[in-house]
Design a protein around this ligand. Structure first.
Ligand code: FNR
Length: 220
């Protein structure tokens, strides 16, 4: 957990979006934690287990509100300037349980993903490294106002590429490090020089004031 106080440093939430104990994505997330800490960021290294939620159900939401796991993700997102997530690819897309968590978390107002800088990583035994899943994941996150970094790192044949929790190929490890450092530089610049965008409007091109309007008012 990040302690309040040192405001000039970039605060970044990092987790692997897999529940598996031997998860390749958790291993890649742990490597991202190391790079971010060496770069000088304040890191909150979370576990997907911290964000456990039931399947989204609008009736349950009415009766019991938003579940604790989504509340926890909101709280930790709001404490950070940026997030790094390493997500598996399931059937050419993102894991359903991760989308379900994003859906629950999107129900809060103000909407907690808005304005957060995000870096997407993936690891898979396949040659594609789970990269298709990241393109799918980018869509709901950008929809929610997150600024997803253009360069995404997908570790192909991750079961061989990672040995004892580190990159077997030093040059690949260095590429990974540069990707994370470049992302954190952008997050740092954005923290100190925020852009003009203030409000989150879910459907920007929709005539304002309709029944379907989903807008967060002007925020900090
Ligand atoms: C997979 N896997 C997989 N891999 C991939 O590169 N593309 C894919 O479309 C899929 N599809 C898929 C579906 C389902 C249901 C499972 C369980 C797995 C393999 C997956 O990448 C592999 O199991 C990873 O090791 C999962 O990530 P973690 O748990 O190791 O982080």
């Amino acid at each position: 957990m990040i302690k309040p106080g040192s405001d000039s440093k970039v605060r970044v939430l990092v987790f692997g979006a897999s529940l598996r104990a031997d998860s390749l994505n958790q291993k890649l997330a742990a490597l991202a934690v190391g790079v971010a800490e060496r770069t000088g960021a304040l890191v909150d290294h979370a576990s997907m287990r911290d964000f456990d939620v039931p399947s989204y159900d609008g009736d349950a939401e009415k009766v019991s509100g938003i579940p604790r796991g989504a509340e926890e993700l909101r709280r930790r997102l709001l404490e950070c300037d940026a997030f790094i997530v390493s997500s598996p690819e399931y059937n050419g897309s993102m894991p359903g349980m991760f989308k379900n968590l994003i859906d629950w978390t999107s129900r809060f107002r103000p909407q907690p993903f808005d304005g957060k800088h995000g870096l997407l990583l993936s690891a898979s035994p396949s040659l594609g490294g789970g990269n298709r899943g990241l393109w799918a994941l980018r869509m709901p996150l950008e929809h929610l106002g997150a600024r997803i970094y253009p360069d995404m790192f997908s570790l192909a044949q991750a079961h061989k590429a990672l040995v004892e929790g580190d990159f077997a190929d030093v040059a690949l490890g260095s590429r990974f490090e540069k990707n994370i450092q470049a992302f954190l530089s952008l997050a740092e610049a954005a923290k100190h020089y925020p852009c003009m965008k203030r409000a989150w409007v879910e459907f920007l091109g929709q005539p304002p004031g309709t029944e379907a309007d989903r807008v967060d008012p002007v925020s900090a």
